[in-house]
Structures are given as structure tokens and as C-alpha cells.
Design a protein around this ligand. Structure first.
Ligand code: ZN
Length: 274
């Protein structure tokens, strides 16, 4: 298939030049996939239901603030999920369009956070892994789940991404020193209106927790899609606006990340890798 490669330079509002190398196939519609960097959150997010994310903030006993993305079950809109959570006693449910905290209380932010998009893919703005002593951030998914959840396959899909290294480990192997770890659990959390959750403590480098809900009758493909979706959040991605990505919100169709998910990650994590 003939490939067209185009280089686009975008001067963002903050004066930072971003160069995007865009590869498009002639079979694709000619939408402009130029990358955009902005200090502000994407203005389009509130207008697009598929990027209308349900955020819940929490506070641990030690005062650490967390942000959880709740991913609605099929047929449940983000607004319906917010209402259901509030009615069931969940506190810290943010209103539609309200952005979660990007730092811990009293923590200074030394720069405005970047918020990248690429084609249909979006960055989770306040969530970016550090490199440590590596050329790519090292993220280990520690699998606590039953065999119904194909976490191995989902990690393998994300392992294909350039820019960040996603590894699989059974949880008893523990978290390697100097790396980041994401604990992935499943459980019968009830008919709570959600299939999956990802929890992150903003302004920190962890911990991240993924929870996958057994309380809905889901088939193997749906398990695969939801695992791919939550692991993508854990790597720093927000919702993708295309049904060709497992990060599309609301209906769980694609089993895998799409090309834009793979293209945005090396832009979020631009050091050339290991
Ligand atoms: Zn999601």
C-alpha cells in the first residue's frame, strides 16, 4: 500500500515548536493528523461524548490524593454513571467537564503540563511516567487477575509501542527496583455501572491500580478490549475518539490500540529508546 509521509511543524500557543512526522495511507480519509501541544486541556473534550471521562477523586489516610477514571458499562452514559456512583455513596465524583487535580496538595508544579493529541489519540494530561535511568520509561504490569482477563495479550499489544516499555509479570514476581508498576486486579465489584477503573496519584510516579469488573456477563473479546483500554490509561493515554482503538469509550469494539495510540506514545516519551 502506498504510504504518504508528511512533516508538519506546529507552533503552539506557548511558543514551543513541535514537529510531527505523519504517515498516512492512501486508503485513509485525508484528515489532518498534525500533532498539537497546548498548555490547556483540549478544548474539544467537553463537546465530544467519547472523551467525556468520568473522574473520581479520593484521599488516602496519609493525605495522598488519587484520581480514578471510571469506564462505563455498555449502554451507560458518562452522566448516568456519575449519577449512579453518587447515589451509591461514592464521594469525589467530578462534574462533567471538571478537570481532576494535577498535583498533590501543596505540591509545586514547575511547569504547565503538556497535553498532547495525535489523530484520534489523546494523552491523559496529568499522567506521565518518568524515565529513571532508562531511555524509555519502564512500566511493569503485575497481573493479579483470573484467566478470564487476557492481561498477557493486552500487555503484548502495548509492548509493541515505541517510546515506553510495557512488561508483563505475574504479581508474585514483584516490582523490579527503579521501575514503575501497575497492579491489575479483577473482582466482583457489583453492577456498579462500570467495567474497568484506573487509579493514579497525580504529581507522583505511582502507584497505579487497574480494577476489572467481573459482575457483568462479558465475552472473551470484551475482556480483551477492556484490559487493553485500562492498560492504555495506565500508560498515560486518555480516550481515543475512534472506534478502531480499544481506548474508545462507551462501546468496547476494538481489541487493540490503533495507529494513533502507537504514534502518540513516542511523542509523549520522545527519548529514543532501548
Ligand atoms: Zn477509559
Amino acid at each position: 500500500m502506498r504510504q504518504a509521509v508528511r512533516i508538519t511543524a506546529v507552533l503552539a500557543a506557548g511558543g514551543m515548536a513541535v514537529v510531527a512526522l505523519t504517515t498516512s495511507s492512501n486508503a485513509q480519509p485525508t484528515n489532518d493528523q498534525s500533532i498539537q501541544a497546548s498548555a490547556a486541556r483540549p478544548a474539544t473534550a467537553a463537546a465530544d461524548d467519547h472523551t467525556d471521562t468520568v473522574y473520581v477523586t479520593g484521599k488516602a489516610k496519609d493525605g495522598t490524593v488519587s484520581v480514578t477514571i471510571y469506564d462505563p458499562a455498555k449502554g451507560v452514559t458518562p452522566d448516568q454513571l456519575r449519577e449512579k456512583l453518587r447515589r451509591s455513596g461514592v464521594t469525589g465524583v467530578l462534574a462533567k467537564g471538571q478537570q481532576p487535580p494535577t498535583a498533590q496538595p501543596g505540591q509545586k508544579q514547575d511547569k504547565l503540563l503538556e497535553c498532547l493529541s495525535y489523530g484520534s489519540a489523546r494523552e491523559w494530561c496529568d499522567h506521565r511516567w518518568s524515565y529513571g535511568s532508562f531511555r524509555d520509561p519502564q512500566v511493569y504490569f503485575l497481573d493479579h487477575t483470573s484467566s478470564a482477563w487476557p492481561v498477557t495479550n493486552a500487555v503484548n499489544d502495548w509492548y509493541q509501542a515505541v517510546g515506553i516499555d510495557a512488561y508483563y509479570r505475574w504479581y508474585t514476581a514483584g516490582c523490579p527496583g527503579g521501575t514503575h508498576c501497575v497492579n491489575v486486579y479483577n473482582g466482583g465489584y457489583g453492577a456498579t455501572g462500570w467495567y474497568g477503573l484506573t487509579t493514579w496519584s497525580p504529581g507522583t510516579q505511582g502507584p497505579v491500580t487497574v480494577q476489572l469488573n467481573d459482575s457483568y456477563p462479558l465475552n472473551a473479546n470484551e475482556h480483551r478490549t477492556i484490559a487493553c483500554h485500562e492498560l492504555g490509561h495506565a500508560l498515560s493515554l486518555a480516550h481515543n475518539v475512534s472506534t478502531s482503538s480499544c481506548l474508545y469509550s462507551g462501546t468496547y469494539i476494538s481489541l487493540r490500540p490503533n495507529g494513533d495510540d502507537y504514534n502518540i506514545l513516542p511523542r509523549i516519551y520522545p527519548l529514543s529508546g532501548t
